[in-house]
Design a binder for this molecule. Structure first.
Ligand SMILES: [Mg+2]
Length: 257
């Protein structure tokens, strides 16, 4: 991909921390689209159904799936199968591959139902930043472990703001390892024609910021929508260089970045 030459002044719309990056890779769920909560609700219905049908003996392990903590810890940013297995294992359940597949399939069905029913929107702050990057001539990619990423971006009417998309289907086709492996992000930045050490990754998942760090990206931006002190600390520990509440903060004058 050729990079258009743009006057330096177009970069004035960006926070200083972004003025030297040559490309930006955005995670999709929870970063571009307000869909993390749709995923979390679908996971909750699928896991709670399983725990009710197959209650572990230990009462602590029977407690319902927590849409904030369990979501962030075990499933966020991962493929459906990896997420299902991670949560069941955390509850001491030695699930067979067949059980993991069944729970993952349940989640998929519930997610699709909710998506069709409620639709999805892009975060206005993210749209602002993506448009500022476009104006500055900085290529942008969306990356996601989800096979729904293209559909989500299209439903939110932001698909054409990105130069490349690497989604779950692409990851499967190319045999890319899931986060926290950096494969997905490295493929995305390769398609933008920039080296990782001159590019930024934007992520809201712990596994995702870790993937950014492992990939050697110049800047890993963590997004903490809940604005919780604990989430922020965890994102920083897992590899975020900075943590924002909203990506509008990375437009010029948005915050002290
Ligand atoms: Mg995410």
């Amino acid at each position: 991909m050729h990079r258009p030459s743009t006057p330096d002044s177009s970069r004035d719309m960006l926070a200083p921390v972004l003025r030297d990056v040559r490309a930006v890779v955005f995670d999709t769920d929870g970063v571009i689209t307000d869909s993390a909560k749709v995923h979390a609700a679908a996971w909750k219905a699928a896991f709670d159904g399983f725990l009710r049908a197959h209650p572990p003996e230990d009462s602590d392990r029977r407690r319902p799936f927590d849409e904030q903590d369990d979501y962030l810890r075990h499933v966020d940013g991962k493929s459906r199968l990896d997420g299902a297995e991670a949560f069941l294992t955390a509850r001491g359940i030695e699930a067979s591959a067949k059980t993991v597949r069944a729970v993952a399939a349940d989640k998929e069905r519930l997610f699709t139902e909710r998506l069709r029913e409620h639709g999805v929107e892009a975060f206005p702050g993210t749209v602002r930043l993506v448009k500022a990057l476009r104006a500055a001539g900085v290529p942008r990619a969306a990356a996601s472990a989800s096979r729904h990423a293209g559909e989500l971006l299209s439903r939110a009417e932001v698909l054409d703001l990105f130069d490349a998309l690497v989604d779950g289907d692409e990851a499967a086709r190319l045999g890319l390892a899931g986060k926290p492996a950096p494969d997905l992000f490295l493929e995305a930045v390769r398609r933008l024609g920039a080296p990782a050490d001159r590019a930024a990754v934007v992520e809201d998942a712990l596994a995702g910021v870790e993937a950014g760090r492992r990939g050697g990206f110049a800047l890993v931006v963590g997004v903490d929508r809940a604005a919780g002190a604990d989430t922020r600390a965890r994102l920083l520990r897992h590899g975020a260089d900075i943590v924002v509440h909203d990506l509008g903060e990375l437009c010029a004058g948005g915050a002290p970045w």
